[in-house]
Design a protein around this ligand. Structure first.
Ligand code: FCB
Length: 464
């Protein structure tokens, strides 16, 4: 087998998010977030799991930073919990909350690992939700204030800022599909939330540039590698609608300063929807970024909602994901698809495709893969090890796709594996393990899996 090398300055990383790992829900003045509330809604989260304790990362941060260090990564991506900084989403900073993140960035610096800091990974202060959440413009303005507080407090320890993680999930899963917090099912609200999230990103970008001019700013999007299930015009049209809602509705405003016309037409009349857009907003949203983060797990194969039976006849498994009823599009699994424990189809070529398309059609700024990884039904075997060769294979294939993209001429400069630790996987609770490190949830004990060693060796070799 020939060795394939990564560029010398390729940035290796691993990632977590505050709500998924921290626990310590009431510690040091933290306020409740929309996910604390959502977890208590009957049936919302598998096994009625919640984030009260999670991986107890809040109390085990030094141990976890040693695990980060042990991988040999250049950077650790984590998120700041807004409700630790401003328990009600507004007003003065809660100093103990800032102290925790100071400890984190100092701990990284001491270990010579860069901090890639996400400001919003879905844990909106509940008090802001009570005032309308992302459906109201005020939340975007509050976010900019919060960003300013964080930047001034720990910006000296930041290597790069990510304003928002996967705003598609915040807006469309949170407000249309309803399987994520705040669990609303209203398309008009989802569209307004979408705009206000992008506005929040733009306002925060200005604030961050002002507070920490030397720190690069970007956003992490879960762009979708979409493929029509068949060449039937209905499936092709459904795929184009999904492309509008998953990709162009972000990339067009961010890089071209406009919303795609087909999407504006589609959502017209859904109140409040895009009627919340004000003059000047798109200029704020489209100011130049320093990098773009792309989160990728799986390609998505789409058929029109009227063609479920036809899709079955083609051998597809139907349906596989929460779907957008509004777009009348259904995600299906290919005949004989290999899937992860999430039931997500494994096909690394989607990552190469996505990176290539983004750079060809939208931007030549550096791209980071800000998330990629796999959930499997891991267990600690009789020898005391977690033998997760499936995860290693998944990562090997996707890192190969990154190399393919680089060979295609795409400016991919780094890769953050999701995730360092097994953690709270949102609506799946603790039933899905994505970690390089096994977490025994009853005791909090950490145990690096075989994939941890494999990733460390790959990083060291800087090659596959
Ligand atoms: C992404 C989220 C991340 C994690 C992975 C599996 O959508 O950003 O928090 O849950 O999926």
């Amino acid at each position: 087998m020939t060795t394939r090398r990564f560029p010398n300055d390729f940035l290796w990383g691993t990632a977590t998010a505050s709500f998924q790992v921290e626990g310590a829900a009431d510690a040091d003045g933290r306020g409740p977030s929309i996910w604390d509330t959502f977890c208590r809604k009957p049936g919302a989260v598998r096994n009625a799991d919640n984030g009260d304790i999670a991986c107890d990362h809040y109390h085990r941060v030094d141990e976890d930073l040693d695990l980060v260090k042990g991988l040999g990564v250049g950077s650790y991506r984590f998120s700041v919990a807004w409700p630790r900084i401003q328990p009600t989403g507004k007003g003065p900073a809660n100093q103990p909350g800032l102290d925790f993140y100071r400890r984190l960035v100092d701990g990284l610096q001491a270990r010579d690992v860069e901090a890639t800091i996400t400001l919003y990974h879905w844990d909106l202060p509940q008090a802001l939700q009570d005032d309308g959440g992302w459906v109201v413009r005020d939340t975007a303005e509050r976010f900019a204030e919060y960003a300013d507080i964080v930047a001034r407090a720990i910006g000296d320890g930041a290597a790069r800022w990510i304003t928002l993680n996967e705003p598609w999930c915040s807006a469309w899963r949170g407000y249309e599909v309803g399987d994520h917090a705040p669990g609303i099912t209203d398309v008009g609200q989802a569209a307004a939330a979408h705009h206000h999230l992008l506005l929040a990103h733009g306002l925060a970008t200005e604030v961050l540039r002002d507070a920490t001019p030397e720190v690069p700013v970007g956003i992490a999007l879960n762009l979708a590698a979409l493929r029509p299930g068949t060449d039937d015009p209905l499936d092709v049209a459904a795929t184009l609608r999904m492309d509008g809602n998953r990709n162009r509705i972000f990339l067009d405003p961010l890089f071209r300063g406009e919303y795609p016309v087909d999407m504006l037409e589609h959502y017209a009349g859904r109140e409040p929807g895009f009627s919340v857009v004000r003059d000047g907003d798109l200029a704020i949203i489209s100011q130049p970024l320093d990098f773009l983060g792309v989160n990728y797990y799986s390609p998505e194969i789409i058929v029109d909602a009227t063609r479920r039976q036809a899709a079955r006849e083609f051998g597809y498994t139907v349906p596989t994901r929460p779907e957008s009823h509004d777009l009348a599009a259904v995600g299906v699994l290919s005949p004989g698809a290999q899937v992860t424990q999430m039931n997500w189809e494994i096909d690394a070529s989607g990552l190469r495709e996505l990176l290539g398309r983004t750079s060809r059609e939208y931007t030549d700024i550096p791209l980071y893969v800000t998330e990629n990884g796999a959930a499997y039904d891991d267990y600690v075997g009789p020898t005391g090890e977690v033998r997760d060769g499936n995860r290693t294979e998944y990562l090997r294939a996707h890192l190969g796709a990154v190399l393919d993209a680089i060979e295609d001429g795409v400016n991919v400069v780094g890769f953050f594996e999701w995730s360092l630790l097994d953690n709270f996987e949102w609506a799946f609770g603790y039933s899905r393990r994505f970690g390089l490190v096994w977490v025994d949830f009853p005791t909090g004990t950490r145990l690096p899996k075989q994939s941890y060693d494999w990733y460390a060796e790959t990083i060291k070799a800087n090659a596959l």
